[in-house]
Design a protein around this ligand. Structure first.
Ligand code: SAH
Length: 213
């Protein structure tokens, strides 16, 4: 696994692209500048790793577009030490961004192949999520709740109730909602039963799939 000056240079260009598209959070931009995205992708795609595009990974899934990762992460308002739950571990790139921000990261993946691969891979790069879980993200992670933030990285046909229930007061859920096209939606928990909802534009994700069992 190699990270070269060439890769670092390409990464700085990617940071500029993401910034020019409207991302302002310096910590998020720094995280993108630090993470060797090319190592999260299958070798055939190495040359494309620093384009602002989604790309295929194993099990018919994708690594999200860097701008989308940055946009969702910015909405989460992550502070050092925050407890963050991710649904859809995939390549682990988003989880690495959260680790870079100093979050305690919990992430759920329903494809065993990706779960295994990413569980081995992240520590090799020095990223240590608190827990990676093989399971169904629709249920969240009740045994570790409540969370400061929950981020869903697949397109959800509806907002799973357990995810709202597992937020702290003041906590944030960032979730793309819809079938073919998803509306990026931010929920902020204001009280036991009160949520503020913001809709923030259209995105396209692979689907959040229902449990196979
Ligand atoms: N965050 C990832 C993006 C992966 S794409 C990254 O940075 O690379 C979305 C992921 O969500 C896929 O890996 C897919 O297998 C997973 N997924 C789909 N439905 C799920 C569910 N119900 N629970 C957990 N993960 C799910």
């Amino acid at each position: 696994m190699k990270d070269t000056f060439k890769h670092k240079g390409l990464r700085q260009k990617l940071v500029e692209i993401v910034k020019s598209k409207g991302i302002k959070d310096e910590n998020v931009l720094e995280a993108i500048g630090n993470i060797p995205r090319h190592l999260f992708m299958d070798s055939g795609f190495l040359d494309h790793a620093y384009q602002d595009k989604a790309f295929p990974i194993a099990a018919d899934q994708t690594i999200s577009q860097p701008y989308t990762v940055a946009f969702q992460t910015e909405l989460l308002h992550v502070k050092k030490g925050d407890k963050i739950l991710e649904i859809g571990t995939g390549s682990g790139y988003q989880a690495a961004v959260l680790c870079e921000l100093g979050a305690k990261v919990y992430s759920i993946e329903r494809q065993q192949e990706l779960f295994k691969k990413t569980s081995k891979f992240l520590p090799k790069l020095g990223y240590r999520p608190k827990k990676l879980i093989f399971g169904d993200g629709y249920k969240g992670l009740p045994e570790e709740a409540p969370f400061d933030g929950i981020i869903v990285t697949a397109g959800a046909p509806f907002v799973p109730k357990p995810l709202l229930a597992q937020l702290k007061i003041g906590g944030r859920l960032v979730i793309p909602v819809g079938d073919d096209v998803q509306i990026m939606t931010l929920f902020i928990r204001k009280g036991a039963k009160e949520f503020e909802k913001h809709e923030l534009g259209d995105f396209r994700f692979v689907p959040l799939l229902e449990d196979k069992n």
